[in-house]
Design a protein. Structure first.
Length: 400
C-alpha cells in the first residue's frame, strides 16, 4: 500500500503526506500568533519586518510563518478535490462548498475576530474569510472543465499583480468591493465600526484553484513515483522562478529589494515579499518549498513518534485554529498576573492584537517557550477530536 495513504473505516481515506504538511504549517502558525500576543515588540506596535527596529532572529520568527497561509489555502483546494472524488456529484460538492464557505465567513466575523482583540466593533477579514469566500466561488468554478479551471488558476496567480496599481479609494462601496478583491484597506464605517480587509481574496482564490487541480495527482490511478517527481519538479521550478524574477526585480512584487546596511539584511530584503495581498513572488517563495516537502513526505508512514504527533494537528486544523488563540490569551494573562498586575491593568481598547498594555510584552525566548507549551497542550484535545472524527459520521464534522 502507498505509505502516504492511510485507509480507515471503509471508503474514508486520508492522505498522510497532506496531513503531515498541514500539521507542520499549523504548528508554525502558532509561533506567529504567540509573537503577536506576547512579544514586547508587538506590544509597542513594532513591525518585525522593519529593518530599522528588527533583528535577524525576530525577522526570521515572522518570515518563517509566511509559509503557513499559502500552504494551508493551497491544501484546502487539494482537500476539496479529494472530497469531490469520493463518489460525490458536482452538485453535492457545490452545496458543501457554498455552505461551508458561508459558515467560515460567519465564524471569522463572530468568533475568530472577537477572540483576537475582544473588540466587537472591528471586523478583520483575514485568512478564514479568504478561504470561505474562495470556497463559495469555487463551488461554481468546479463545474468548469479541469483544463479550463487549471488555466484560470494559473492566470490569477501569475497575472493578479498587473492589478497592483489600480487603487479605488472612493466612492465607498466600489472601494470596499475592490478591496475585497485585491486591495488591502481599512475603512471607518461610522463612529463605532471599523472594517479591515487584510486578505483580498483574488490571489488566494487562484492558489486554492491550483491546489484543487493538484488534487488529481492523488487519485488511485496515479503512480506514486510520478506524483513525487511532479511535486518536486514543480516546487523546484517555483523556487527557480522566484530567484530569477526577484534577482532582477522583473515582475510579481511591488517591493523591490535593495542593498541594505549589512549582507544579512540584504538577504532578508531579498526574501521580504508582499503578503497583503500575496504577490506572485510571495506565492512562489512559499509554495515552492511546500511542494518539495509534500514530495518528500510521501515516504513517511505516520507510524514514527514525531510524525504521528504532527499528523494529529493536520487532521483537525480548523479545530486547532479555533482553540489556539484563546489558549495563547490565557497563557499571556497568567504571565501578566504572575508579574503582579491585575485585571484592571489590561487594555481592551486599543487596535493591537490581544489585551496587553503598551510595553508589557516579553522576550522572544519567552515567546518560543509559550509556543512549545501551546503545541503540547493542544495536542491532547486535537488527538481526541481526530479520533472522534475518525469514528463518527455526523454531518457537522465536515464543518469543524
Amino acid at each position: 500500500m502507498n505509505p502516504s495513504i492511510n485507509i480507515k473505516h471503509g471508503n474514508t481515506q486520508r492522505i498522510q503526506s497532506i496531513d503531515l504538511l498541514r500539521g507542520i504549517v499549523m504548528i508554525i502558525m502558532a509561533l506567529d500568533h504567540c509573537r503577536d500576543l506576547l512579544h514586547y515588540g508587538s506590544s509597542i506596535d513594532q513591525d518585525p519586518l522593519d529593518f530599522n527596529t528588527t533583528t535577524p532572529f525576530l525577522f526570521f520568527s515572522r518570515w518563517i510563518t509566511h509559509f503557513c497561509a499559502p500552504t494551508f489555502v493551497f491544501l484546502s483546494g487539494t482537500g476539496i478535490f479529494l472530497y469531490g472524488s469520493k463518489s460525490r456529484t458536482k452538485k453535492q460538492v457545490a452545496k458543501f462548498l457554498f455552505t461551508r464557505g458561508l459558515w467560515l465567513l460567519f465564524i471569522e466575523i463572530f468568533l475568530i475576530d472577537p477572540s483576537w482583540n475582544f473588540i466587537f466593533s472591528e471586523f478583520y477579514l483575514q485568512v478564514i474569510w479568504a478561504i470561505g469566500i474562495s470556497m463559495i466561488i469555487l463551488s461554481a468554478l468546479q463545474f468548469l472543465p479541469y483544463t479550463v479551471l487549471l488555466i484560470t488558476g494559473i492566470i490569477i496567480v501569475c497575472g493578479h499583480n498587473l492589478l497592483d496599481k489600480i487603487v479605488i479609494d472612493e466612492p465607498f462601496w466600489p472601494s470596499v468591493i475592490w478591496s475585497m478583491i485585491h486591495q488591502d484597506h481599512t475603512y471607518q464605517l461610522n463612529d463605532h465600526f471599523l472594517l479591515i480587509i487584510h486578505y483580498p481574496f483574488l490571489p488566494w482564490l487562484g492558489l486554492m484553484i491550483l491546489g484543487y487541480c493538484i488534487g488529481k495527482l492523488y487519485l488511485p490511478q496515479t503512480q506514486q513515483a510520478y506524483r513525487r517527481k511532479f511535486l518536486f519538479g514543480s516546487g523546484a521550478a517555483a523556487i527557480v522562478l522566484f530567484i530569477i524574477f526577484r534577482t532582477w526585480n522583473l515582475y510579481g512584487e511591488m517591493h523591490n529589494w535593495t542593498q541594505q546596511k549589512t549582507g544579512i539584511f540584504t538577504l532578508l530584503d531579498f526574501v521580504k515579499t508582499t503578503k497583503y495581498p500575496p504577490s506572485l513572488l510571495f506565492m512562489l517563495m512559499t509554495i515552492g518549498p511546500a511542494l518539495i516537502t509534500l514530495s518528500f513526505a510521501e515516504n513517511i508512514t505516520g507510524t514514527g513518534w514525531f510524525s504521528s504527533k504532527i499528523l494529529v494537528f493536520g487532521k483537525v486544523p480548523f479545530f486547532y485554529y479555533i482553540l489556539h488563540v484563546p489558549l495563547i490569551h490565557i497563557i499571556a494573562w497568567i504571565l501578566f498576573f504572575a508579574g503582579g498586575h491585575h485585571w484592571s491593568d489590561l487594555d481592551f481598547s486599543h487596535h493591537r492584537d490581544g489585551s496587553m498594555p503598551y510595553g508589557s510584552g516579553h522576550s522572544l525566548f519567552v515567546v518560543y517557550l509559550v509556543w512549545i507549551s501551546v503545541i503540547i497542550i493542544l495536542y491532547f484535545p486535537c488527538r481526541w477530536y481526530a479520533k472522534y472524527k475518525a469514528t463518527h459520521k455526523n454531518w457537522w464534522l465536515s464543518y469543524v
